[in-house]
Design a protein around this ligand. Structure first.
Ligand SMILES: C[S@@+](CC[C@H](N)C(=O)[O-])C[C@H]1O[C@@H](n2cnc3c(N)ncnc32)[C@H](O)[C@@H]1O
Length: 196
């Protein structure tokens, strides 16, 4: 889907992936974090999670490349609106390298074209500091040619994520979010090599 189509979706309220709040799994994860983490939320949409991270004292940069998403996020976030930036996650000049303790994922990896997945992993690797973590909800399921969403195949994750990060946690969620009949969300935490 093109940037303009995402914008159109937000302006028309056709955002079925948006659960309107921070997922419970994320709230539990935030409760375990050391203080003052630096967090990146790529493809943030309305960015509900900014409130949860900021409420716990962390600094957050949330990016989305669709103007409609950024407008909606800023309206949604009130006092935290300054955390949201209009930027293409794949633009190497848009974000500081090796600067983030946490990259948070939800319905962004499954929204980008399948042939950009390796670029996604490389960008995350470049943006996390050593020992940093990619944490969030990952959509697994059968191949979906007509996505987004494009779920990940379970065996793909080793080649894609396992080649660069260690899997610290993976569990199925009880989420009602079911964008495709055969797809299911997993809460996962992947860690970069290096001191944590
Ligand atoms: C399915 S939505 C998910 C939004 C949010 N993560 C959520 O869970 O509600 C995917 C988002 O990724 C954004 N997006 C897609 N490609 C992007 C890119 N290259 N850079 C930044 N944002 C992008 C879209 O504009 C859209 O807001």
């Amino acid at each position: 889907m093109k940037r303009e189509e995402w914008t159109q979706r937000y302006r028309e309220g056709r955002t079925g992936w948006d659960i309107g709040k921070s997922p419970l799994e994320l709230e539990a994860f935030i409760a375990t974090l050391p203080p003052a983490q630096c967090v990146l939320i790529p493809g943030c949409g309305r960015a509900h999670e900014v409130i949860a991270f900021r409420g716990a004292g962390h600094s957050v940069i949330a990016v989305d490349y669709a103007e409609g998403a950024v407008e909606a996020a800023r309206r949604n976030l009130g006092d935290h609106a300054e955390c949201v930036h209009l930027a293409d996650f794949f633009d190497e000049t848009a974000l500081p390298a090796a600067a983030f303790d946490i990259c948070y994922e939800r319905t962004f990896l499954c929204a980008i074209p399948v042939d950009r997945r390796l670029d996604y992993v490389r960008r995350i690797e470049a943006l996390l500091r050593p020992g940093g973590r990619l944490a969030g909800l990952f959509l697994y399921g059968a191949p979906e040619p007509d996505g987004p969403p494009f779920p990940l195949l379970e065996h793909e994750r080793e080649a894609l994520l396992g080649a660069r990060f260690s899997l610290i946690e993976s569990r199925s969620t009880g989420s009602d979010f079911k964008p495709l009949p055969e797809a299911h969300e997993f809460w996962e935490v992947w860690q970069m090599p290096g001191p944590s």
